[in-house]
Design a binder for this molecule. Structure first.
Ligand SMILES: Nc1ncnc2c1ncn2[C@@H]1O[C@H](COP(=O)(O)OP(=O)(O)OP(=O)(O)O)[C@@H](O)[C@H]1O
Ligand SMILES: C=C(C)CCOP(=O)(O)O
Length: 368
């Protein structure tokens, strides 16, 4: 991304123009879909219960990305506890948490004890549940997808077909663990897979989206928990849908007050954060045409724009996709906060409180 917008991102080692498959994702971010309008007409989602926040639990944040199918248990626990705090009516006050994971975990000697009588007497959960959670795959799913080429399509190939199944087994098992972690914090979460809800793409652009189940669940007080998924594609047979793209689409339908991306770094840097000279970009503005510029800090003499590195097994474009989708969300007039999981900054972002100077992260907002 040049400091004054237009040519957006620079993948390390690549020319400044976007590679073809990423350009496709960028175009996708530009065009709201007819299906979104259909879903919006079916039910007016904001009529009675406006969505406060859509949050992405990044795969890099809640899994150990270098270790196959390994959850970062502490980061996940912290993210769920902070979500609970952000939803709470009485911040700081001791309140009863209604544990909702009643399944028996490996090693548990007996069935879980459920105080059914106590719960039936409780008037409410004491939290505002008008959040949507979307999580990425991290060390679940990306490996299976890249090994088999699911993101490139071609279900006639046995390898791709097997990889599609393996990818879905992996991401849905992560989804189950995340729903359980949220449920243990007393958040009434329900897992929803884009594939199973009939979401599909055409040449990797979202083509059919049924959000009615999500909207109905929000209306009755559940927190939908979606995830990046392997889905069907009208032209390619199949592809991988990133959680970042799901979030942008849901933002178009639900117009939340703000969107939060939690990941393993403090935000967007001017170059990969592994570089000791990387500078954290505090504020990015997006104009009506989709061009964007770095507002804070002023990067004197930066002609290279934002440089991004993407792990070779990442099938959905990593930070590059996140920035493009975040810019499309900001263009809707919805502020986007990108910050590090498990920090005081992530809690403040989840509460929508990023205005003070000492908040560490990247805000992406409309210039209007
Ligand atoms: N310029 C940059 N600014 C910030 N992060 C960058 C940049 N270039 C590369 N990265 C890398 O991007 C990673 C975060 O993006 P990634 O897409 O992996 O996050 P995620 O959403 O948490 O994970 P997932 O896509 O698995 O859900 C960080 O680990 C960071 O090292
Ligand atoms: C099945 C996969 C690999 C989903 C990828 O979703 P993301 O991690 O949000 O980009």
């Amino acid at each position: 991304m040049g400091p004054t917008g237009q040519s957006p991102l620079n993948r390390t080692g690549f020319p400044s123009r976007l590679p073809p498959e990423t350009a496709a994702r960028g175009e996708e971010a530009e065009a709201p879909m007819a299906a979104a309008a259909v879903a919006q007409e079916q039910t007016n989602p904001t009529a009675s219960r406006p969505v406060r926040c859509i949050v992405k639990l990044g795969g890099a944040a809640i899994t150990n990305k270098g270790e196959l199918e390994s959850i970062d248990v502490e980061s996940l626990r912290s993210a769920c506890a902070q979500l609970r705090q952000a939803m709470s009516h009485n911040a700081g006050a001791a309140e009863k948490v209604v544990g909702m994971d009643w399944s028996r975990r490996p090693g548990d000697p007996t069935d879980p004890v459920v105080d059914a009588e106590g719960l039936s007497e409780m008037e409410s959960l004491g939290i505002d549940t008008n959040f949507v959670v979307v999580h990425g795959a991290g060390s679940f799913g990306h490996f299976q997808a890249s090994r088999s080429g699911v993101h490139k399509g071609g279900l006639h190939s046995t390898l791709v077909k097997a990889g599609f199944v393996a990818t879905r087994i992996s991401v849905t098992s992560l989804n189950q663990e995340i729903v359980r972690a949220l449920a243990r914090e007393g958040i009434p979460s329900v897992g929803m897979s884009p594939f199973a809800c009939g979401w599909s793409t055409k040449q990797r652009k979202l083509a059919s989206v049924d959000a009615s189940q999500i909207i109905q669940s929000l209306h009755v007080g559940f927190v939908p928990v979606l995830h990046g998924d392997a889905i069907l594609d009208e032209l390619l047979d199949c592809t991988i849908l990133s959680g970042d793209v799901i979030i942008r689409h849901l933002a178009q339908i639900l117009t939340p007050k703000y969107v939060v991306f939690l990941t393993d770094v403090h935000g967007v840097y001017d170059r990969p954060p592994t570089d000791p000279n990387a500078v954290l970009l505090r504020e990015i503005e997006v104009d009506d045409s989709g061009s964007w510029s770095i507002v804070k800090p002023a990067l004197e003499g930066n002609t290279k724009g934002v440089e991004i590195s993407v792990a070779s097994h990442d099938t959905t474009g990593g930070m590059e996709t996140k920035i493009l989708e975040a810019a499309a969300i900001a263009r809707l007039g919805v502020d986007v906060y990108i910050t590090k999981v498990g920090t005081e900054h992530s809690l403040r972002a989840l509460k929508g409180d990023t205005s003070s100077e000492d908040w560490l992260g990247t805000v992406i907002r409309s210039s209007k």
